[in-house]
Design a protein around this ligand. Structure first.
Ligand code: PAF
Length: 286
């Protein structure tokens, strides 16, 4: 396969897409680079939905609420391109910040209600506003038929679905199952920053979710939450939140509902990790 031509301007990308003809359906995978197995699974799934797959690689500054996180975010374009080549002939869009947010760009200030105040919203103020802006901007540029997002960022998926409904966009949002290492640790670009020891310590996240699942048949959600917190507290990791929530509203639930999820955020050394898992079966995965 030839080397990828990376599209870095909106104009060149749109020209390429237009050249494919009006009938062409596009699957879109948005990423911030530092690609891993989870991203590659999204791309593979994208190819099952449409022949043309666009992958964006863009570290979006507006979704970082800590300057050092933005600065430390891994930028590995060459490695990313090599990995993408292993899964197919994708169209790579890697724009500059000025290209995504030109001078006349008007910020979207969508009220996300509770979705932006609970869990990640509480710990990362402004984060989801940044996500909404960049994802909407990419949707407007690319006009995809499908857009695939990992369930690992469950709250992000809920926010994007809310945004798509709000603006009545025609794109079909597809949630894809979290890819895990054999230890249960969810694949994440942040794992690049974990030491071997921290990787072992981080296994407690998956173990806690499995423990919670084992309690579901006999306990109410609040009791499961309490016991899961106790279970987790034996590890050296520092918990930020452990919630059992309704899959759409993300409200904590007093009673079990279909699709109920356990969501965890924790610090592992200097690295912040999040994960979640379905406790009561639903049909979320597309
Ligand atoms: O999940 C991510 O990597 C980012 O939040 C996204 C969706 C690419 C937007 O910058």
């Amino acid at each position: 396969m030839e080397d990828y031509k990376v599209f870095s301007t909106v104009k060149s990308l749109q020209e390429r897409l237009h050249s494919l003809g009006k009938e062409t359906q596009v699957s879109f995978v948005a990423t911030m680079g530092a690609l891993h197995h989870g991203h590659l699974e999204l791309v593979k799934k994208a190819f099952t939905l449409a022949d043309t797959v666009v992958v964006s690689i863009f570290v979006n500054p507006t979704q970082f609420n800590k300057k050092e996180d933005l600065e430390n975010y891994p930028r590995l374009l060459d490695e990313d391109l090599k990995l993408l080549k292993t899964v197919g002939d994708v169209i790579v869009f890697a724009p500059t910040v000025d290209e995504v947010y030109p001078k006349d760009y008007v910020d979207i200030d969508l009220n996300l209600g509770k979705l932006e105040h609970v869990m990640e919203g509480e710990f990362r103020p402004g984060h989801f506003k940044g996500v909404v802006n960049v994802v909407k901007r990419f949707f407007d540029i690319i006009n995809p038929t499908y857009a695939l997002f990992g369930l690992k960022d469950f709250q992000q998926l809920a926010v994007i679905e809310f945004m798509v409904e709000h603006f009545k966009l025609s794109v079909q949002v597809v949630g894809c199952e979290t890819v895990r290492e054999p230890s249960g640790l969810a694949s994440s670009s942040r794992n690049f920053r974990l030491s071997e020891q921290e990787k072992v310590e981080a296994e407690i996240i998956y173990k806690t979710m499995e423990y919670a699942r084992s309690l579901v048949a006999e306990k109410e959600p609040t009791e499961v939450q309490k016991m899961a917190l106790e279970f987790f507290s034996k590890s050296p990791l520092e918990i930020e939140y452990l919630e059992i929530v309704d899959p759409k509203s993300l409200d904590s639930i007093p009673n079990w509902v279909p699709g109920a999820r356990i969501c965890i955020a924790t610090m592992c050394g200097k690295v912040r990790l999040i994960d979640n898992s379905e406790l009561i079966e639903n049909s979320f995965i597309s």
